[in-house]
Design a protein around this ligand. Structure first.
Ligand code: F6P
Length: 325
């Protein structure tokens, strides 16, 4: 008998969620699978906030930011009582397969639910602008966030250049530096501070002096919000001490990085992962995450999905050193 499937988005939103929802609905419908949507992630699963989805629901959403299914971070789902209520809601609606589009925390939660209730099948899809999920080279939303921030920093560069200023720009990345690193590289930043390395202020000073020596008039430092030396406020104070004669300003990009229309790369990634998730279901796969590794679909057991951090090797550090000289 054909099973009933539900899809949900969980945790912080990311551009490309709607493209993924569209792909899931269209592929499931192609196979004749009935699809429900769970609103507000695990919170909606617990409270039974389910809606019917069909091919029409997937119309004209591929280019939209946010998530038509809404999202949340659920404290209740962290308790066994909360998960039991969620399970009972799924059973009541006749749902035995759930596709969870989430970051490492949501996918861990999904894994616990599938271990506690063996008659449920769960397939995970990684999304987070932080790109810090194991088992995939890219998570849905990362590429768009890099591009959004790059455009913002390019604009900051214009005004910094006009006023001969130093700018510290804080980007998202609570635990990982993927975003900061790629944004910094794409914008030709003179400094990048990420949680995976210890901030080296003497390196920053050398970089500044080199820049001024060759008549650079603006300097930009990108800092990940999770950097151990603090956010933009603390870093700009330190920089003011390094060069008291300079005009130092700061800018925190914040949630602008989470919104907006997804890039082509994110739409394609979301579409491929959505399709792969349904194919996995059709082949009887369960409790697995579909990701992308070396441009190919890759499968990771949900139990081994974790938070990942950047592996900064000496080559990457040398690359940055070369680029700022
Ligand atoms: O989605 C991850 C993330 O972008 C982190 O980098 C950031 O710290 C967090 O979301 C902020 O999310 P919220 O404001 O929704 O708590």
């Amino acid at each position: 008998m054909m099973k009933k499937l539900a899809i949900m988005t969980s945790g912080g939103d990311a551009p490309g969620l709607n493209a993924c929802i569209r792909s899931l609905i269209r592929t499931a419908t192609w196979y004749g699978i009935e699809v429900a949507g769970i609103r507000y992630g695990f919170e909606g699963m617990i409270s039974g906030d389910f809606i019917e989805l069909n091919s029409e629901s997937a119309g004209n959403i591929i280019q939209k930011g946010g998530t038509i299914l809404k999202s949340s971070r659920s404290k209740r789902f962290r308790t066994s009582q909360g998960r039991k209520s969620a399970y009972l809601q799924l059973k009541e609606k006749g749902i035995d397969i759930v596709i969870v589009i989430g970051g490492d925390g949501s996918l861990r939660g999904a894994s616990i639910l599938s271990e506690e209730y063996a008659d449920l099948s769960i397939v995970g899809i990684p999304k987070t602008i932080d790109n810090d999920v194991t088992g995939t080279d890219y998570s849905i939303g990362f590429d768009t966030a890099v591009n959004t921030a790059m455009e913002a920093v390019d604009k900051i560069r214009d005004t910094a250049e006009s006023h001969d200023r130093v700018f510290v720009v804080e980007v998202m990345g609570r635990d990982a530096g993927y975003l900061a690193f790629d944004i910094g590289m794409a914008c030709g930043a003179e400094g990048i501070l990420i949680p995976e390395t210890t901030a080296d202020f003497s390196y920053l000073e050398r970089s500044f002096v080199r820049g001024w020596d060759r008549k650079k008039t603006s300097l930009i430092v990108i800092v990940a919000e999770g950097d151990e030396s603090g956010g933009a406020f603390q870093i700009s104070e330190r920089i003011k001490k390094l060069c008291p004669e300079k005009d130092v300003r700061l800018s925190i990009l914040g949630h602008i990085q989470r919104g907006g229309s997804p890039t082509a790369s994110d739409r394609i990634l979301a579409t491929r992962l959505g399709h792969a998730a349904i194919e996995t279901v059709m082949e009887g796969g369960r409790n697995t995450m579909v990701g992308i590794v070396n441009k190919k679909i890759a499968y990771t057991p949900l139990t081994s999905v974790e938070k990942r951090s950047m592996d900064i090797d000496s080559k990457s550090l040398q690359l940055l050193e070369i680029l700022i000289t």
